[in-house]
Design a protein around this ligand. Structure first.
Ligand SMILES: [Fe+2]
Length: 299
């Protein structure tokens, strides 16, 4: 068993083709707070952390990496040694870049079964003042779902080596995983796919009005809505999916099952019926979860 514990999904780094346009979208329509902008990077947040989303200007839109915050510096040190032991591709983030990220010691690695770069850190500075919600009362960065060419092997690595726990399986298609012992039903979803790619990024909101208002706000601003509003029976949440300026799928969701650290229920094997994904009977648009390359950073 992996000798480290997670605190939470810390931030997601996204590559975007037009940084100004995406800052406008994520700040003014999604409701993230712009903390800082430096060159081709923008730091945005939906908590008191310095950042929960980092946007990078890039010619190829997609996910650059996903960062998890571990519980303590000791967890981080144990994780660093453990990842090295596995023989995975790993590198420490240079002090200068960690400083720019306002993080303590940080390392990145890749596992052989997926092209996503993982980042682990245990300390991040607070942003300048509390997060002040605007158009939506975002509570936290919720999760990322990935398409995976080598899904079953990746799932095994996540559960057997990286301390993720399966909360539910949606048929043979998607496994929803929590980063133990974080209680939320999923912080990562792995979906069977033809190639590794981003499926969507989720932000959890405070009440159902946030979802209802967003439905109108996005429509009024010509943002395509690709699924919802609806209700996921899997995690017991009300959701809305929409496309960012690069056609990447983002999600708001309200409500999510929480798991205790001890004696959590067993994962369910849920049948792959559309009403399991949306008990209100909606069906996704064809471009739902279809855009976003995985950057193959040299880890
Ligand atoms: Fe989701």
């Amino acid at each position: 068993m992996a000798p480290f514990r997670y605190r939470k999904p810390g931030y997601v780094a996204l590559n975007v083709s037009d940084l100004d346009r995406s800052i406008h979208f994520y700040r003014d329509l999604v409701g993230l707070q712009l903390e800082d902008r430096a060159g081709d990077m923008a730091f945005l947040r939906c908590s008191d952390d310095h950042h929960n989303v980092v946007l990078y200007g890039s010619s190829e839109p997609g996910i650059k990496r996903m960062a998890f915050e571990l519980e303590t510096p000791q967890d981080l040190a144990r994780a660093r040694a453990y990842v090295e032991e596995q023989g995975w591709s790993v590198r420490d983030v240079p002090a200068e870049e960690a400083h720019q990220l306002r993080q303590g010691p940080t390392f990145r690695f890749r596992v052989p079964e997926h092209t996503l770069t993982f980042e682990f850190y245990a300390q991040m500075d607070k942003g300048s003042g509390p997060y002040v919600p605007t158009v939506a009362k975002i509570q936290r960065l919720g999760h990322v779902v990935l398409h995976c060419a080598n899904r079953d092997a990746f799932l095994r690595t996540l559960t057997e080596k990286l301390n993720f726990r399966v909360s539910d399986h949606f048929g043979e298609q998607v496994a929803f995983l929590r980063c133990f012992p974080n209680p939320f039903h999923h912080s990562l979803g792995v979906s069977r796919g033809e190639k590794d790619a981003l499926h969507h990024v989720n932000f959890m909101v405070t009440d159902v009005d946030d979802v209802g208002r967003a439905n109108n706000r996005m429509r009024n601003n010509d943002v395509p809505i690709v699924y919802g509003p609806g209700r996921h029976d899997i995690s017991n949440s009300i959701f809305l999916y929409y496309l960012d300026p690069d056609r990447m799928t983002a999600e708001y969701s309200f409500g999510m099952e929480e798991f205790p650290e001890q004696a959590a229920r067993e994962p369910r094997q849920l049948p792959m019926r559309p009403e399991i994904l949306d008990s209100w009977g909606g069906v996704p648009a064809p471009n739902f979860g279809k855009a976003g390359a995985v950057e193959q950073e040299s880890a």
